[in-house]
Ligand binder design. Structure first.
Ligand code: MG
Ligand code: ZN
Length: 351
């Protein structure tokens, strides 16, 4: 009996030590516009199953911004990356336009490598909120220039023209090379890079939708992790399924489902990496819901459903948050989108 209780005590101690383990790497994945109904379209289509379901802890994020019941992606991204609610359209600043340190900058200060992989221009609102500090999301040229001011190691997406065809005539690609960046214009060129700094500018402006883009997102994510993983101190990365939102603005549920499935495929490979690594916290959430999507009817066996959008804009309803890996247990219940950064800081012991 005594032996048994000692065994139980030991098992509990080991379990609690495992729970308290500090992750070395943090990967935050944002499905832009991804509400619960968007997740469910992909789940039903995919035979009642998603990689997302492997996340062991789930909660909800309240997305309202500093000046609006319904956030945009700039304020939504800033809340997640900088830990402050700001006004719509603002990138990495407080409502008074003062800059706030973002989680990538903080990770860099702590000796970690950092990266971004997105299915849109790297200057678009969501990725911009993790790199830039500008009063308006529409300032693509200024946001591109902020990449030069940052210490980011890897970024892959579209937006080449904001680096090379600028109103100020600067060629930021050349400036990136001077800073030690390898430049990739194609996915093959991205895949050839296994170390160092990488700027992947795969499209002139926005990436095409999933029907044209193919496996760009999961493949680019795989390449980025392979590079960032070289740092013994770990890495911090943001990955965005950028066009779930755009399909919902267009009220195109078929395209939304395909974009969602692409994001879930990417989630699958990230969770595979995190499970194998054992040292990686993965947080998957959205900046807001788009379209006010409801799914009143469907057929699970056939993988079909009827969809109704109630708006062509964003909505204010809370979005799901899913977590996997050491520290995942901190992401349960309702939370403010602006509280996510502080949780990560505490769990990953960022100074
Ligand atoms: Mg976005
Ligand atoms: Zn949107």
């Amino acid at each position: 009996m005594k032996k048994l209780s000692i065994t139980i005590l030991l098992a509990l101690l080991i379990a609690s030590a495992a729970m308290a383990k500090q992750p070395k790497n943090v990967i935050i994945m944002i499905g832009d516009g991804m509400g619960l109904a968007q997740v469910y379209t992909a789940m039903v289509r995919n035979g009642n199953s998603l990689n997302l379901e492997r996340c062991t802890f789930t909660g909800f994020s309240k997305t309202y911004s500093a000046n609006n019941y319904t956030t945009d992606s700039a304020a939504g991204g800033t809340a997640i990356s900088c830990g402050v609610k700001t006004d719509n359209y603002m990138i990495g600043t407080r409502p008074d336009s003062s800059s706030v340190e973002n989680i990538l900058e903080q990770a860099e200060r702590n000796g970690k490598s950092t990266g971004l992989v997105v299915a849109c221009s790297v200057t678009h609102a969501t990725p911009a909120a993790f790199v830039a500090h500008q009063p308006n999301r529409g300032m693509d040229d200024e946001i591109a220039a902020d990449f030069l001011k940052s210490n980011i190691d890897v970024f892959i997406g579209g937006g080449r023209k904001f680096f090379e065809q600028r109103s100020d005539k600067r060629n930021l690609t050349n400036e990136l090379k001077d800073k030690g960046f390898q430049i990739a214009y194609t996915l093959d060129e991205v895949n050839a890079v296994t170390d160092g700094k990488l700027a992947g500018l795969l499209y002139e402006e926005q990436n095409p939708d999933i029907t044209q883009r193919g496996d760009m997102l999961p493949n680019a994510v795989k390449a980025a992790i392979n590079i960032l993983d070289n740092n013994k101190k770990g890495f911090f990365m943001m990955i965005e399924g950028s066009q779930i939102d755009w399909a919902c603005h267009a009220n195109d549920v078929e395209l939304e489902t395909l974009e969602m499935l692409d994001f879930d495929k990417t989630i699958g490979l990230v969770l595979d990496y995190a499970a194998k690594d054992g040292n990686t916290l993965v947080i998957i959430t959205a900046d807001h819901e788009t379209g006010g999507l409801t799914l009143p009817k469907g057929n699970m066996e056939e993988g079909t459903f009827a969809a109704n959008f109630s708006t062509k804009s964003h909505t204010g309803t809370p979005v799901p948050i899913y977590a996997f890996g050491p520290g995942a247990e901190n992401f349960t219940g309702f939370m403010e989108n602006s509280s996510i950064k502080a949780k990560i800081e505490k769990i990953a012991k960022l100074k």
